[in-house]
Design a protein around this ligand. Structure first.
Ligand SMILES: [Zn+2]
Length: 496
């Protein structure tokens, strides 16, 4: 009797002082959709009598959040609410990853950067630049970008021979992390060392500050040990391992070796590093890759539900991953040019095949500044090129004076379900972007079916039956649904 009284007092106290949790839509608990025949009065009851601090776990047999024995904590009124709850299936744990390509906030030709934004015809604040980008990143668990720039507010001297050195103000990068929500970042690319060792140190310093204040995984630059070590993140019930590698560009093996990290000196690994310590050139591929293979071994050894590799490689302004650069063929090239293009594509394919052979779940390719094919086979989702995301050093390609394939960058979202302890891809959504040179925004729906067809064709021509076939939707996006995979709520909304 005394025990019952104590329990009753506890129950009343808890219901008065705590916030409701059972009806919150947190992905594991049934929500309003699961209530049948709930009158307004029931709704009122629900609000006033929601039990507090009860275990959120669904009972696997009854599919109720809590059991009749809870009634003594809850009171009879709330019990009515419970009893009208219809059994629902257990909700699938879900992870959503947003992905964009190249980002540089550099003001071309200027060493002096503004801390609040950048000028192109007029001044754009960071907020103005990312207004629509925030709509794409909102609500995702992870958001990826390739930070293709040194991060510094200092006056620095670019290395000799570098055509378009990139330098972004730290405030802009902070904005992208803290406001726009990028928390999966690659720094491994052919602009990371544009300002030599001093630039690398500056970038590392600013990113360390950002990382100390935000939950963010950054991979690419560091000493040998750091660059070979995948980043790991626990998010939404998924353990995600991530590593980023790139090349230093322009077919310059001397650059590939100059900024390679040692145990003491920071730098960047190279996907063109061969096992025998030489460096790949377009026309002389590695027999075995060195840095890439070592990184993949480490990634494979990590205990993780999802493994992600970011790779900055491939030929600029090239669409297909097989023969040919420009949209349809390379016949306009000289014999040497053709050979080189074909060789570069072959080398890119070899690297993607190696990454896939390690069972990597997601490959994020970039560098070509335009979108390239998308592949899905039973283990891996692979983007061969995400294109530009927010690249201030680039031109405005979003006009009819450029070919179709040049007019858009991609922002993609991949959806994963946790099924029997295994992460499975359930859906992919893409958004076609324009104005990537200053203020990325959505292309109107009239262009979306055109771009979707084009991307599908490019994927099919390069990848055959592994090509992803997106379906254009009326809302300006395109979607790929993976059949026979249990979907979480967000994927279900895309793929009913
Ligand atoms: Zn690049």
């Amino acid at each position: 009797m005394i025990k019952s009284i104590i329990l009753l007092i506890l129950a009343v106290a808890t219901s008065v002082f705590s916030q409701p949790s059972v009806y919150q839509d947190n992905g594991t608990v049934s929500n309003h959709d699961d209530l049948v025949n709930v009158s307004k009065d029931d709704e009122k009851l629900k609000k006033s009598f929601i039990p507090q601090n009860l275990k959120d776990d669904l009972n696997p047999i009854t599919q109720y959040s809590f059991e009749p024995w809870h009634l003594r904590f809850v009171g009879v009124e709330a019990a009515q609410v419970i009893m009208v709850r219809k059994p629902s299936s257990v909700q699938v744990q879900e992870l959503v990853i947003g992905m964009g390509g190249d980002v540089s906030l550099s003001r071309p030709g200027s060493d002096q950067l503004d801390s609040n934004g950048s000028t192109l015809n007029r001044f754009y604040t960071w907020e103005q630049m990312t207004e629509d980008l925030e709509k794409m990143t909102a609500g995702n668990d992870l958001n990826f970008m390739n930070l293709e720039s040194v991060v510094s507010d200092q006056s620095l001297k670019a290395i000799s021979g570098k055509k378009y050195p990139q330098k972004s103000h730290p405030h802009g990068v902070k904005h992208l992390v803290n406001k726009v929500g990028f928390n999966l970042i690659s720094t491994a690319n052919n602009h990371a060392y544009d300002y030599g060792d001093a630039g690398i140190l500056e970038t590392l310093k600013h990113l360390a500050t950002i990382k100390s204040r935000a939950k963010v995984a950054i991979s690419g630059l560091g000493n040998l040990q750091e660059t070979l070590e995948p980043e790991i993140m626990d998010i939404n019930g998924f353990k995600v391992a991530f590593i980023a590698l790139g090349m230093k560009g322009d077919d310059r093996p001397d650059w590939e070796s100059s900024w390679r990290p040692t145990l003491e000196k920071p730098g960047m690994l190279s996907v063109r590093h061969c096992e025998d310590n030489t460096f790949e050139k377009a026309m002389s591929p590695c027999r075995q890759y060195g840095d890439l293979k070592n990184a993949l071994e480490n990634l494979k050894a990590m205990k993780a539900d999802l493994r992600i590799v970011s790779i900055h490689e491939g030929m600029e302004l090239s669409v297909y991953t097989k023969n040919g650069s420009k949209p349809d063929d390379d016949s306009g090239q000289t014999a040497n040019g053709q050979q080189r293009q074909r060789s570069e594509n072959r080398n890119l394919e070899a690297k993607f095949n190696l990454i896939k052979s390690y069972g990597v779940d997601l490959i994020l390719g970039h560098h070509s500044h335009n979108a390239r094919p998308v592949e899905h086979n039973k283990n891996t989702l692979a983007f061969y090129g995400l294109g530009n995301l927010l690249f201030l050093g680039g031109k405005n390609y979003s006009t009819d004076s450029y070919p179709l394939w040049n007019q858009y960058g991609l922002f993609a979202k991949s959806y994963y379900s946790m099924i029997d302890g295994k992460a499975e891809l359930s859906a992919v959504q893409i958004v076609f972007l324009k104005n990537n040179h200053i203020q990325p925004t959505f292309w109107g729906k009239e262009k979306v079916s055109l771009f979707t067809d084009y991307l599908n064709q490019a994927s099919l021509k390069s990848l055959g039956d592994k090509a992803v076939k997106f379906k254009a939707k009326g809302d300006g996006t395109a979607v790929y649904c993976v059949n026979k995979i249990k979907k979480g709520k967000k994927a279900k909304a895309l793929c009913p």
